[in-house]
Ligand binder design. Structure first.
Ligand SMILES: [Zn+2]
Length: 214
């Protein structure tokens, strides 16, 4: 297995779907991958897609290039060799990302970070990568000026529980309580709809009082 150091975020710079029937973006993802496959087939017979994962507007995730192989997506050879490319279907130079796509994409990136030990500072937008052609960053607009990068970094930060994102209505409150050790979660999850036992409520009360009285 190659060493994964970076996760690079892209947009498809297209409509999020191919046609009215393609609600999830599955057909569009196919078209994008087929185009890349045709382009690289002679040189790389096992090539499947320029992206390892594609995230549709409803949050559906499509697999492209196998993670074991590099894909040509970041306009930098060294980064391509050591990265995973994630493409969000849609144009975020002009459009706004919907909640389902954001949440699903953030959850995917978080999983990949854990799986391959990629630090948050190495989750980059395509435009942050120094291009081999121009030798500077910002040689592309990808993934677009409206791509919610800061919000995504915040959702991926270590403070956060993996099952809630910044669009969750009590995100700040929950993060605050976690930071102060009042709530601890279960296996990295907050489980917002789970019931608390009398024992857990007592522990929360104890931690709050201890913090105030100390
Ligand atoms: Zn890109």
């Amino acid at each position: 297995m190659r060493e994964i150091k970076y996760i690079i975020l892209h947009h498809s710079a297209t409509e999020p779907i191919l046609n009215a029937e393609d609600t999830s973006g599955a057909e569009l993802a196919n078209v994008i991958c087929n185009r890349a496959r045709t382009h690289w087939q002679k040189e790389f017979p096992t090539y499947r897609c320029d992206y390892h994962f594609l995230v549709g507007q409803t949050g559906a995730i499509f697999k492209g290039q196998p993670v074991t192989l590099p894909a040509w997506h970041a306009t930098n050879y060294a980064v391509n060799v050591h990265s995973i490319g994630v493409c969000f279907l849609g144009n975020f130079q002009t459009g706004i990302m919907k909640r389902a796509q954001f949440e699903s994409g953030a959850m995917l990136v978080r999983k990949l970070m854990h799986l391959y030990g990629v630090p948050l500072k190495n989750v980059l937008r395509h435009k942050d990568v120094v291009s081999d052609i121009t030798h500077r960053a910002n040689s592309t607009l990808c993934p677009g000026k409206n791509f919610p990068y800061i919000k995504m970094l915040s959702a991926l930060s270590e403070h956060a529980f993996e099952d809630i994102s910044p669009v969750y209505p009590y995100y700040e409150e929950v993060e605050f309580l976690k930071k102060h050790g009042i709530i601890k979660g279960v296996d990295g999850k907050f489980l917002p709809k789970a019931l608390a036992s009398r024992e857990e409520v007592a522990l929360v009360a104890y931690r709050i009082l201890k913090l105030i009285l100390n």
